[in-house]
Design a protein around this ligand. Sequence first.
Ligand SMILES: Cc1ncc(C[n+]2csc(CCOP(=O)(O)OP(=O)(O)O)c2C)c(N)n1
Length: 777
Amino acid sequence: MTITETARRSGVRERFSAFLAERHPFALKPALAAFDRGTEIDQALREALTTGLAIPETTPAVSAGERLQQAVEEVVEACRGFFRREEILDSLTSDEKIEMLRGMILTRALDNRLKQFFTGGEVRWGNTSFQGKGFRSLGQEAIYAAPMRLRRGPNGDVISPMIRDLGAALCMHNTPETVRMVLSAQMGKAGPPMNGKDLHIGDFQNGILPAMAPLGSPALTIAGIAMAFKLQNTQRVAVSFIGEGGTSLGEWHEAINACAARKLPAIFCVQNNQTALATPVPEQSAVRVFADKAIGYGIPAITIDGTEPEQIAAAFAWAAERARAGAGPTLIELVAMRMCGHAHHDDMLYLGKDPQASWSYPQLTEGGYADPTLYEFWSHKDPITTYAAKLEVDIERWKREAEELVEREARAVIDAQWPEPSAAREGVFTDVAPPPSAAPAGEGAGPTFDPKGKTFLEAVMLGVGDALRNDPRTFVYGEDVGGKYGNAFLLLRPLLGEFGDRIINSILSEGATIGVCIGAALAGMRPIGEIQFNDFVATGFNQLVNNAAKIHYRWGASVPMVLRMPWGGLRHAGPYHSQNTEAWFYRTPGLKIVVPSTPHDARALMASAVADPDPVLYYEHIALYRDPRIKQLLSDAPPEPIPIGKAALRRAGKDLAIISYGAYVHVGMRVAEKLAKDGIEAAVLDLRSLVPLDRPAILALAQQCNRVMIIHEDTRTGSVGESIAAIIQEEAFDWLDAPIRIIGALDTPVPYSPPLEEEFLPSEDEIEAAARELLRY
Ligand SMILES: Cc1ncc(C[n+]2csc(CCOP(=O)(O)OP(=O)(O)O)c2C)c(N)n1
């Protein structure tokens, strides 16, 4: 790296020194000396920082020389990055500079108008004013510059603004529609993309992933979008924004780690605005600077002034170049200060007095919780006035124009319709298929059990193989699924030869597994995620219930992903490898759940799940994997998909309805056979899907048999069985001759030792006795 013309420009030496002192202080002296001499900086650093001392290994099998060389190369690379950013700075055109200035002005005009909406009472719902809920961005408008050199527009890069990033969103698509979208989101009016269902902003068509309140979650969606971009080889980049408080969230760390480990094309931006909601930086983290968090993930990072748009534009352009070149993610920390409350209602508490919307910063008064010393310092660094002064332009006319534009859109929002109340019921799922009809006994049930057939485990594998073969967008992502291994049960091993590059090891993180699938699905892939044991889904819970489940309802996008959930007990595997987690998600609107009980259904339901436009949890019972009693001969060709939501009547009968799913279908069948010996005809309904539930099949059977027993392996309280019983008693009470009986496991964790687990689980004998008692009622 030689000193270029760019590096000779005024101010570069100062910035270079500051950069080194900030990130690589021990390299400051030699690097600056080389800079002053005009000699090769790389070589100078290598000579100065590499020592010939004979040091033994640093840690087992790692030589000191190797470690030192890595560290030196890191500094060399960082210096190259600095000069590349200087070149980019040099290349910013006057049009771009004017756009950044006007973009910041528009951002502030919009923020002011949101504040006016909050205080003004212009929008009324019935007899009361509706203020809306919104987040302020005063002091942080320079974020407008971040996407300046990204690929903007449809099929370009994708950013995930945090809740207050109006500026970044405006830059991605600087149009009156975006202004209206922001205003409409706060005011809950009909209009894209939220149509009143959420207050956050976004426009995915134009590369703006709608923001989420759970602050860490979108970082994982961004990791998934970056994964898709890499698999699609499109040279697109995905960008995550978060506040310094949000960097304490595990999901954010998981996202960076997932991207770093596979060098995905992503950028992570931390906006350190000095306080989270009310928690100051020193109480949030012990790091020196937030950029240091990157060290833990082996990616480069920089800390820059978050009020300097040119520095910001150059930093993101450089990070995007790295990402497009396959060098992986970069962390950019922007330091600024929030010059307003966290949200409109918080201005009063932060500043001590509710301010009027204004072009200049409000006074901090006594009683406000903002730090007065910091506030005083940052009040001299208003990004709009400083940049206008730097460009030597008069901005009064642009302020008026921005105000006029914003006002036009605000008026349109005031006049806009409220969403139709009925819309509250719509949009949980992408497809609006009518409820399926009950399947008559035997229909579509697949072949009979045959010891020469395929196991349940092989059937799941075949289903995954069908999906990989049929659709190049499909890939598998989960812990230990790839390489030479093929998942914890070796289920995927037969597929590794043919599809090894599409069976991808995730990092050890359920949040990342699920989040990456969500993002990849949004970006056009068809991911099949795997949770090694469904018990561990708890550490990815937020991604399922707050992200995957809500996207379609909130802003209309489909999330076509499948999440495989090896599941259940009966194997003496203890409290963390045996649970039934289906009820956790059964009551979360937005997630479909399938629970196959036979090899045929396992393969056919995999086909349906992969083809489905919504997130589908695919529960595969581990105790069925190698159960020789339920093998089935399967054809080479993929089977007809089974519509999700269609139950199967495994056995016809008129005396008792046994309703079950998963492994307990077979227990139900065995009990029915025993009862048949006494002339009792018990029907067995295999639900096959829990969401949507085949209500017609359940109700028809209840009406036909007049006695209903629901059996499942899950613990009893709050179970799917209790929910089904409630449906039957509400809708088929008149047909019942006896109370509905629900049999589930004890309301305890799953115990390990064989006698304990057997006590915990409902036994065949217990179920048979309950059935006979019910028949006697
Ligand atoms: C996971 C999560 N926990 C808590 C909150 C409530 N909350 C909203 S904003 C906020 C502070 C965020 O601070 P920071 O990440 O620094 O961003 P800033 O608001 O300062 O821009 C909190 C705690 C949330 N939205 N999400």
